[in-house]
Design a protein around this ligand. Structure first.
Ligand code: NAP
Length: 320
């Protein structure tokens, strides 16, 4: 089969298509024929060699994909050949024509969800669910700011919060992104690049502030976020690309909290619960992954450049 391999850490050009042996499923394992692969910012951090956890070289990147079960190993009971599935993590890497997975890494892809949409579920929806419900403990009727709502994780957060009965303010950096965020469920949308963005964000809350802020770019926004929290408000830091100065007094007077998170720390039981909830949301149409761009798998390097550029519009997906 064909797979994208990384033989040295570095610029996007280190992503090269190679011919590799087809994996075979052992006991408890599932072989998935991949129809679409999700590209995440974390794939680029790992490829560059700058991430906290780096895989041994050479490796096949990627954690998110969707396709059909090709074969199952002994002892597998939940899936059989021909089932439509999405995967979150694998044993062999997702940027390939096939991926070897454990049974727990494979989830049913409802009929109403395309393969490309299935490739957009893994990291973004798992992260958004955990940030919103497990970390920030957001509740119905609360007011949530999704700071960076036009990308993969932001769209997921908007849809999840909307389905749970929260009031949502979302942000994007382009007109097209703002339209998307409104269409996917945000009650109010603001351009995060506007010089008066904090004032515009506070307006729909009537000056009360936010119960929950999901932050995609903490190095730019965290200092201002803290001053936009209501009493007992929580900021879940999902993304950050540098350092930031904060005034701790902004959370002291509010009994506020800053909560960090990484999807690598999710426990197996939490993961099983999250994916059960996601599959239910996909089936009933509350969750509708948005695919902004599809590229052939051999253009993985181009996809890695694109995912780091401004002007997000849902997910970038690679097609083997
Ligand atoms: P993405 O699809 O590339 O989207 C990036 C988002 O950041 C877009 O909505 C973009 O908006 C927004 N953004 C740009 N400038 C911003 C600003 N000044 N203020 C607020 N938002 C801004 O990436 P993603 O998958 O949604 O991930 C978002 C971030 O979270 C990334 O840094 C990623 O590494 C991180 N992340 C972390 C975890 C974790 O486990 N902690 C998991 C998933 C993602 P425009 O392009 O419209 O300007």
């Amino acid at each position: 089969m064909k797979a994208i391999r990384v033989r040295e850490f570095g610029a996007p050009e280190v992503l090269r298509m190679e011919e590799v042996p087809d994996p075979r499923p052992g006991r408890g394992e599932i072989l998935v024929r991949i129809r679409a692969v999700g590209v995440n910012p974390v794939d680029t951090y790992i490829r560059s060699g700058q991430y906290a956890i780096n895989p041994p070289l050479p490796y096949t990147p990627g954690s998110d994909a969707a396709g059909d079960v090709e074969a199952v190993g002994e002892g597998v009971t939940s899936f059989r050949a021909g089932d439509r599935v999405y995967i979150y993590r694998s044993l062999s890497g997702a940027y390939a024509e096939k991926a070897l997975c454990t049974e727990a890494q494979v989830h049913s892809l409802p009929k109403n969800v395309s393969y490309a949409q299935g490739a957009a579920i893994g990291v973004p929806y798992t992260t958004a669910y955990r940030a919103l419900f497990h970390k920030a403990q957001a509740r119905p009727a609360e007011t949530v700011l999704v700071h960076g709502a036009s990308g993969g994780t932001g769209i997921a957060a908007v849809q999840l919060a909307r389905a749970a009965g929260m009031t949502i303010v979302g942000t994007a950096g382009t007109g097209k992104g703002k339209e998307l965020v409104a269409r996917e469920g945000a009650h109010h949308v603001v351009d995060h690049n506007a010089p008066d963005a904090p004032e515009q964000l506070m307006k729909p809350t009537g000056g009360r502030g936010f119960d929950v802020i999901l932050e995609m770019l903490a190095n730019k926004n965290l200092g201002k976020d803290l001053a936009m929290l209501t009493k007992f408000g929580r900021v879940a830091v999902i993304g950050s690309r540098g350092a930031v100065e904060i005034n701790p007094r902004d959370i002291m007077g509010r009994d506020g909290a800053i909560i960090g998170m990484t999807s690598f720390n999710i426990s197996d039981p939490d993961l099983a619960g999250i994916h059960a909830a996601l599959v239910a949301g996909l089936e009933n149409g509350a969750l509708r992954p948005v695919v902004g761009q599809e590229l052939p798998l051999q253009y993985a390097a181009r996809a890695h450049q694109a995912v780091m550029e401004a002007g997000a519009y849902g997910k970038i997906v690679l097609v083997p």
